[in-house]
Design a protein around this ligand. Sequence first.
Ligand SMILES: [Zn+2]
Ligand SMILES: [Zn+2]
Length: 118
Amino acid sequence: MKAYDLVACYGPGRRPTKPPTVYRALDFLIDLGLVHKVETDNAFIACPRPDAARHSANFLICEVCGRADELDLGMEESLEAIAARLAFRLDRVVIEARGVCAACRFKAGRRLVNDQGL
Ligand SMILES: [Zn+2]
Ligand SMILES: [Zn+2]
């Protein structure tokens, strides 16, 4: 969801609210780990596993339908080791892989078959 979609309907009585209100609420939810920012889309997604104690979120993002699936890649440990060796303070890791999800690939495949009259 984009921030302006939230601005449009999260005021009293589902009327528009002020952008700073939305950004403050999003910052708060991000700090709690309940929401992640999808950087490459400048969008926000509710965390499906907010109890998992991680400081990074990795996504597979579908270019067709916009679906973003959060993954646990387990890459943080090695990145942390590399950063520690370089005395680099790691605040946040963002891995966003873009492509086409299984559902969209399936739909595209069926369309191809129907277009060929099979
Ligand atoms: Zn998450
Ligand atoms: Zn898709």
